[in-house]
Design a protein around this ligand. Structure first.
Ligand SMILES: NC(=O)c1ccc[n+]([C@@H]2O[C@H](COP(=O)([O-])OP(=O)(O)OC[C@H]3O[C@@H](n4cnc5c(N)ncnc54)[C@H](O)[C@@H]3O)[C@@H](O)[C@H]2O)c1
Length: 274
């Protein structure tokens, strides 16, 4: 049987943090395959630019300026999506901030509030209001996708708060999957590893090389590699996949690296892409 993404055509989905990075890649992949996409982010200029480009390429998309650390704005975002397209089938909670590099005691209480407001409370609000709207839409292919992190699977040194938020997202994803498994909404988490986007800021080449070296695959990920998974999870090919926490990380979270010597390195010559 030949695989097809036809089942996503006409589905209406919100993608948060869609003005750049992984969220932008997901929004573009959804729209390119016939979904109606509501892009949310704080940057009006950048968000309108991405939505405009999608429309110029024949896709169906609108941008709604939203601060996802404010539950009232997320509620309004879901209402706007339903008002615009008449229904809602899916919601991708992708907006998130990183915060890192310090031992736990050096974080300030204000930083705790700030990161939990977006990475945790914002995800809860998105799931809550979207689930209600998906039910009201009588969707036959409803889905919630949360973009967590490898830090939601393996705690990261110097990242106590970020790790805590992402473990929370993974827990909320799995619990909600139980809530909705019998009622037609799938709930899954995508866990990116080191992915080439601005969450790392303008870091030197040497640091990028260090991330690549730390990853068993020997390279950083591309945002599209998360987007393809999101598209599959949004499709009806994935209706039996729910409560899954799926790394897109070149085996970063699979275990610890160790010294390995291949007795016959000629075996992989010409096959390894990294
Ligand atoms: N890039 C990585 O290596 C990596 C690794 C693991 C997890 N992640 C996760 O992937 C998700 C996307 O991050 P990214 O890597 O694309 O980063 P990014 O910084 O490029 O994009 C983040 C997006 O979220 C938006 N955003 C930030 N704060 C917001 C707010 N308060 N309200 C609304 N939108 C807001 C930004 O405008 C942007 O569109 C995040 O949840 C992040 O934790 C990224």
């Amino acid at each position: 049987m030949k695989a097809t993404f036809e089942s996503v055509q006409g589905k209406v989905a919100v993608v948060t943090g869609a003005s750049r990075g992984i969220g932008e890649a997901i929004a573009r992949a959804f729209a390119a395959n016939g979904m109606k996409v509501v892009l949310a982010a704080r940057s009006e200029e950048q968000g309108q630019k991405v939505a405009g480009e999608i429309v110029a390429q024949g896709g169906d998309a609108v941008f709604v300026r939203t601060d996802c650390s404010d539950p009232a704005q997320i509620k309004a975002l879901v209402e706007k999506a339903v008002e615009t397209y008449g229904r809602l089938d899916g919601f991708v909670s992708n907006a998130g901030i990183g915060m890192g590099g310090n031992p736990l005691h050096e974080y300030e209480m204000e930083e705790y509030e700030r990161i939990f407001a977006l990475n945790s409370e914002g995800v809860f609000a998105g799931m809550k209001y979207a689930a209600e709207a998906i039910f009201r839409s009588k969707s036959k292919g409803g889905f919630l996708i949360n973009v967590a992190s490898v830090a939601g699977i393996v705690p990261q040194r110097g990242q106590a708060l970020y790790t805590a938020t992402k473990f929370g997202v993974v827990g909320m994803t799995r619990a909600a999957a139980l809530d909705y498994a019998a009622y037609g909404i799938t709930v899954n988490a995508i866990c990116p590893g080191y992915t080439k986007i601005s969450i790392f800021g303008d870091i030197p080449e040497a640091a990028m090389a260090m991330f690549a070296k730390d990853c068993p695959a020997g390279r950083m990920g591309d945002p599209m590699e998360c987007a393809w998974l999101a598209l599959f999870l949004a499709s009806d090919m994935a209706r039996y996949i729910t409560g899954a926490v799926i790394p897109v990380d070149g085996a970063l979270s699979a275990g610890h690296q160790n010294v390995t010597t291949w007795k016959n390195p000629g075996l992989y010559a010409g096959t390894a892409e990294n």
